[in-house]
Design a protein around this ligand. Structure first.
Ligand code: CUA
Length: 395
């Protein structure tokens, strides 16, 4: 049976409408239109009136176009060679449609600039964190002694940016390779991470909770797997977290964990540091500990205190309450959390299979440059079990 033109037209309208509606999930964790911090709220307060103005103008213009097309269309008894009556020049109308848009745009410009200055004027409440993007994960360095520098005195972590709730936290955003972009839609506006530059941004979450985002500037192969999480804790819990992060890792106990630590020191020291476990090997590997930066790989000293791994692509702990996001109270065995062994083992079995991480260009491959991301170390199942047992101790 042939579809009639009318039903085809209806379909052409319905399909885009359904696609549009499918974007309106009620519990979308990256919904910038449901701000959960004062800075995101300022942005939302700007977006709403501008959207309403744009929507009203759109509807009026579209109705006008449709009305004029119908009203002045060629009719059956019109002579096809004869042009309709031509009008040219209507001073009142022309002044009207020049002044009105100018006024509207003037209002939008004023409101935008006022919001921009307001957000840029927001001062941090004493805590500054350096945010470093790199292919393909985010690193966070806490200026714990408040000297304005980011050194090996400071706390270093990855994937989870832990902040105290209800406070303005200053971020200094930079990159180690290409341009990335940092955005937690519920908390702040977007800011590019550019190599050699430091872009300030303030972040604030009203309530304790976990807020997610992802890199928003195409940065190569695994751009889509470069995610970030902000974990906002009540201030006293944040202080306890920070104190814990400053310490070296606990010594592993138990046969598997001990064997895992030895394996870690021999296999992983080229890239990963776990302070208190493999400092010497890491230094011998030529990385040095002066900046606590391993160029290619996250510091794993407190790996198990994070909610996600591999550029926050995988949950490190099980999502017990089923909201798809691992919250602070689901992290750590002491909290009753359950390690997500399945994904962690699969990762150790074949990292590039879980997240494409080769060098960015064929030229770089030809130049013998080291690949981005974690290589496949061809570990045995026993070694994987030992490594997982060890990694779980790094709380
Ligand atoms: Cu980093 Cu896209």
């Amino acid at each position: 049976m042939r579809t009639r033109p009318r039903s085809r037209r209806a379909l052409a309208l319905l399909v885009p409408l359904l696609l549009l509606l499918s974007a309106c999930a009620s519990d979308a964790p990256q919904d910038t239109l449901e701000p959960e911090g004062p800075i995101a709220r300022k942005i939302d307060n700007l977006v709403n009136p501008v959207f309403i103005i744009a929507a009203v103008v759109f509807v009026l213009v579209e109705f006008g176009v449709v009305y004029l097309v119908l009203r002045f269309r060629q009719r059956k008894d019109d002579d096809p060679d004869e042009l309709p009556g031509q009008t040219h020049g209507n001073t009142k109308l022309e002044i009207g449609w020049t002044v009105l848009p100018a006024l509207l745009l003037g209002f939008v410009a004023f409101a935008t600039l006022a919001t921009l200055f307001d957000i840029n004027d927001t001062k941090d409440d004493g805590l500054t964190v350096q945010v470093t993007g790199q292919q393909w994960w985010w690193e966070f360095t806490y200026d714990t002694n408040g000297d304005g520098k980011f050194t090996d005195e400071d706390v270093l972590t990855a994937n989870d940016l832990v902040i105290p709730a209800g406070q303005n936290v200053g971020l200094e955003i930079t990159s180690r390779d290409v341009i990335h972009s940092f955005w937690i839609p519920k908390l702040n506006g977007k800011k590019d991470a550019v190599p050699g530059r430091r872009h300030p941004l303030t972040i604030n979450a009203d309530e304790p909770g976990t807020y997610v985002g992802q890199c928003t500037e195409f940065c190569g192969l695994s751009h889509a797997y470069m995610r970030q999480r902000v974990v906002a804790l009540p201030p006293d819990e944040f202080d306890a977290w920070l104190e814990r992060q400053e310490k070296a890792a606990d010594q592993p106990s138990g046969d598997d964990a001990e064997a895992g630590a030895e394996l870690f020191a021999s296999q992983c020291s080229v890239c990963h540091l776990a302070r208190g476990i493999n400092d010497d090997q890491f230094e011998e590997g030529g990385q040095g500990t002066s900046e606590l930066v391993s160029e290619n790989a996250p510091d794993l000293t407190h790996f198990a205190s994070r909610g996600a791994f591999a550029g926050a692509t995988f949950n490190l702990w099980d999502d017990l309450d089923g909201d798809h996001i691992v919250e602070a109270d689901e992290i750590g065995t002491a909290n009753g959390g359950r390690l997500n062994r399945g994904d962690l083992e699969a990762w150790l079995r074949d990292p590039p299979g879980q997240k494409p991480m080769d060098p960015v260009t064929p030229d770089q491959v030809a130049a013998g440059e080291q690949g981005r991301g974690m290589p496949n170390l061809n570990l045995s199942e026993e070694q994987i079990d030992q490594l997982v047992a060890f990694l779980e101790t790094l709380e």
